[in-house]
Design a protein. Structure first.
Length: 511
């Protein structure tokens, strides 16, 4: 049985919310594209700074560890300290770390700058998403806002490939860092003067220090375990130890959160069936997407001989598909159909696009195969990302918005680390097996070169088959776990989502 309680009428919508969205979206674009923009600049930076082959992965890993490990802490800081303040501090810190990276004179300075970028990104990303969650409460407006945000979250990585190619080829690798500074300055100034965070949404409970330590160490162990598995192999003793440590630490974190008075991650955030379904299905989908970015980049540059700039432009159909899927399909249907009817078919559409790419060969046509596959991938992921981003914070108590936002970012970050390591390992194994099987037939330098390319493509195809399967599983989870209905346009009732008694909130009419 429901119980009825009185609440104050909802606060009027902030008239500057759409201008605020511009600066939030700009900051999100900066964070997302930074995940891929440095990849293209890495060979040049490695040569200039004298970074060894053994340590070059740390330019990527240092960022991933700091960002992934500190996300939950960053989300809690946003709830405690205020989302606007956390957002601005994150932007200023990210700009300073980017300036440090651009001016790096050696390996240590570069790695320190990347770690600082990750740490400030962990403040910035959950603050940005939670600001949207508390500023856009009307169902139709929320759909439009998250449509734009979802398109950026999905397509920003591909934008990073284009921008990274341009900056590296025509300017200098250092500009892949310096380019963040104008992004951050404009977004921080705009946020400071335009964003008006709704009052009463802070969580001023004491910080859960044991939770911070356990979650940070657990997530760092998990991300580093997958990163190390890619380079050292899954049977490496340290890799296995990292995975064991992550399981122990994260299990300890869950146990602590269940008993402490003011948990870092209230279990009500993730035990809600719908939000849990979003975190799980989105994390799996990102595994497939990150693997694809890696394989297509190498295929286009190494096998097809594209320049960095041409490679970046080759990803434009995927970006276009994501924008259309998110802003035209997802936004228009979000208030008309249940989210699972967007997420499930969206992931399946992306799986069909991925399925086309299993047919890759050395001489495959870009227009005949890669372009239509990218369009399907973009449409599917854009359609699915939009309701996923909205639902990840839908119905949460305002005081939990920051940590709920951090969870969706965490699922993407961990999914990206898993995707890069897992799919790259599968591809490498398939390539090795192909080369071993066909080595005897390659007796001339030209034949050996062709065999190398065929082996690479065989490896990519094998890994992409796994990505297809992962997307199908993601679609299945979204369709079965996410049971919430079509978003309404009135006041949203809050419930536990676990079978507990629901509380219906009725606005009080002022006299």
């Amino acid at each position: 049985m429901s119980r009825i309680t009185e609440t104050s009428p909802p606060a009027p919508a902030d008239p500057s919310r759409w201008r605020a969205l511009l600066f939030i979206a700009l900051a999100q674009l900066m964070v997302v594209l930074d995940a891929t923009i440095v990849n293209i600049a890495l060979p040049s930076a490695q040569q200039d700074l004298g970074i060894s082959d053994g340590n070059r992965q740390w330019v990527i890993t240092a960022y991933a560890l700091a960002f992934g490990g500190l996300l939950l802490f960053g989300g809690r800081v946003a709830d405690l300290w205020g989302r606007k303040r956390t957002f601005v501090v994150g932007l200023v810190g990210f700009a300073a770390a980017s300036a440090l990276g651009g001016a790096a004179s050696g390996e240590a300075m570069m790695l320190g700058a990347r770690a600082l970028q990750g740490a400030f990104g962990a403040l910035l990303a959950p603050a940005a998403l939670s600001l949207l969650a508390v500023m856009f409460t009307d169902a139709k407006e929320r759909a439009k806002a998250f449509g734009i945000y979802g398109a950026i979250a999905g397509g920003g990585g591909a934008v990073g490939l284009i921008l990274g190619g341009f900056l590296t080829e025509y300017l200098d690798w250092r500009w892949t860092f310096y380019v963040n500074i104008p992004f951050a300055v404009v977004a921080a100034a705009g946020a400071y003067f335009v964003i008006r965070e709704p009052s009463g949404g802070r969580n001023r409970a004491p910080l859960d220090v044991p939770g911070v330590i356990l979650s940070t160490l657990g997530l760092v162990s998990l991300v580093y375990g997958f990163t190390r598995a890619e380079s050292e192999g899954w049977s490496d003793p340290l890799t296995i130890s990292l995975f064991i440590a992550s399981v122990v630490l994260l299990a300890g974190f869950a146990a602590v959160e269940a008993v402490v008075k003011s948990p870092l991650l209230p279990l009500r955030v993730i035990t809600d069936r719908n939000r849990g379904g979003v975190y799980l299905s989105l994390g799996l989908a990102v595994i497939a997407m990150f693997g694809l970015f890696l394989f297509l980049t190498y295929y286009l540059q190494v096998v097809k001989g594209y320049s960095p700039v041409r490679t970046g432009f080759a990803f434009l159909p995927m970006i276009a598909g994501m924008i259309v899927g998110s802003t035209q399909i997802g936004t228009r249907l979000m208030t008309r159909v249940p989210p699972r009817l967007l997420m499930g078919p969206g992931f399946l559409t992306a799986a069909v696009g991925m399925l086309l790419l299993t047919q890759l060969e050395v001489g495959s046509s870009y227009a005949g195969l890669i372009l239509p596959a990218q369009l399907l991938l973009g449409l599917g992921m854009g359609t699915a990302f939009m309701p996923a981003m909205s639902l990840s914070t839908h119905g949460v108590d305002p005081r939990d918005a920051g940590v709920a936002s951090a969870m969706v970012n965490t699922s993407q970050q961990v999914g990206g680390a898993i995707g890069t390591a897992l799919l790259n390992t599968i591809a490498a194994s398939a390539t090795t097996a192909y080369l071993t099987e066909h080595a005897a037939g390659a007796t001339t330098p030209a034949a050996q070169r062709l065999l190398q390319l065929q082996g690479m493509v065989e490896g990519y195809s094998a890994a992409i088959w796994w990505a297809v399967g992962i997307l199908v599983v993601s679609a299945t989870l979204a369709a079965t776990l996410i049971t919430t209905g079509r978003p309404g346009t009135g006041v949203v009732a809050s419930g536990s989502g676990s079978g507990a008694e629901d509380e219906i909130k009725v606005p009080v009419i002022a006299h």
